[in-house]
Design a binder for this molecule. Structure first.
Ligand code: NDP
Length: 332
């Protein structure tokens, strides 16, 4: 497949260009940047034939089947609608949009146009998470009682731009990390949170946006979920624990972009290491996306998954802002 990049971003450079090229016949043919000089330099650095500074021109002239949108978050909606109208398949970064209504509009437009639309939630592609999901689904943990997610990190210096200063661009730890945790919990439990309570703060990095949040979610089954996301924790490590009546799964350092960490099954008779695959998360995601374009299966996280992760994240922020429990509005 031939891809055009909408956004000359770090995530495209660090992970996605390689993932597109790792597929059989995979090519990246064009890049869009609002800054023509930066776009040209980015194209040269990454071996991309053409750069554009106008989306309409790129969509009309670039040789591409699909676009990957990784601009700042407030741009995703309009760019996705334009790409869909041009008949392109779309892989869009999380959070899909600034509001649930906008995200729903994007997904519905793709459905009406008959193009594949996916959300770049990488974690559900990790071998560790696939192993955890298998354990939960197998029933070996018994009845699931609770989930704890630890996703408090030390935001790398290079990322300390719009994420910590610009609410209008979609900054803040909730749109950045809580969306991923929402998708991951939904993936493991196969159900959608109903209601959330939360508190957030700016604990050293956030300027006009939150850099830390803790929330508790109510699931339809009665499972209790707690999550902690932050940009300001150099020493916390990440992880997820799923506790059941017969056993627990305890995973450490698995809320990551690379295949890493450990998964442990805890039973009354002791602790057991759980083996898992160590493939590239983004390459697996692209393999499933391209299969979906061929009419085989679905992307690992589709558009509705992106709508739902955004809905949970925005409810968490609203709960923290108001101090009141929020019923999650999935916009459908
Ligand atoms: P970047 O800050 O790297 O890029 C966002 C925009 O900022 C780019 O489109 C670019 O604008 C501009 N920009 C980037 N670098 C520079 C620079 N050096 N000087 C001037 N402008 C620059 O964002 P990220 O890659 O961190 O994130 C992009 C999107 O991807 C977000 O939606 C984010 O939530 C998501 N993301 C997802 C991840 C995942 O694993 N799924 C991981 C990381 C991010 P222009 O294109 O106009 O040149």
């Amino acid at each position: 497949m031939k891809w055009a990049l909408i956004g000359a971003s770090r995530i495209a450079a660090g992970h996605m260009i390689g993932a597109f090229r790792a597929q059989p016949g995979g090519e990246v043919t064009a890049v869009l940047s609002a800054d023509a000089r930066r776009g040209a330099a980015y194209a040269e650095e990454h071996g991309i034939a053409r750069s554009f500074d106008d989306l309409g021109t790129l969509l009309a002239e670039a040789d591409c089947d699909a676009v990957y949108i990784s601009t700042t978050n407030e741009k995703h909606h309009d760019q996705a609608l334009a790409a869909i109208a041009a008949g392109k398949h779309v892989l869009c970064e999380k959070p899909l949009a600034m509001s649930v209504a906008d995200a729903v509009r994007m997904v519905r437009a793709a459905e009406e146009a008959g193009v594949v639309f996916a959300t770049n939630h990488h974690l559900r592609n990790a071998g560790a998470h696939l192993a955890i999901r298998d354990l939960v689904a197998s029933g070996r943990l018994g009845r699931i009682l609770s989930v704890r997610v630890f996703h408090a990190v030390n935001l790398p210096q290079a990322l300390r731009g719009w994420r910590i200063t610009d609410a209008g661009a979609g900054g803040g730890v909730i749109p950045d990390i809580t969306v991923h945790d929402a998708d991951t919990v939904r993936f493991h439990l196969d159900e959608d949170p109903v209601e959330v309570v939360a508190q957030m703060t700016a604990s050293g990095l956030g300027q006009g946006v939150e850099d830390s949040v803790m929330s508790v979610w109510r699931m339809p089954s009665g499972v209790m979920v707690s999550t902690h996301e932050s940009f300001t924790h150099p020493f916390a490590g990440t992880g997820i624990e799923i506790h059941g009546t017969e056993g627990a799964v305890v995973a450490r350092d698995v809320m990551a972009q690379t295949p890493q960490g450990s998964v442990t099954l805890v039973y009354a008779d002791g602790r057991h290491d759980v083996p898992f695959e160590t493939h590239d998360l983004y390459e697996r995601s692209m393999r499933l996306f391209e299969a979906a374009v061929r009419g085989e299966g679905r992307p690992s996280a589709d558009g509705w998954d992106g709508v739902k992760s955004l809905a949970v994240a925005l409810a968490v922020r609203e709960a923290a802002r108001t101090g009141a429990a929020q019923t999650i509005d999935y916009g459908v």
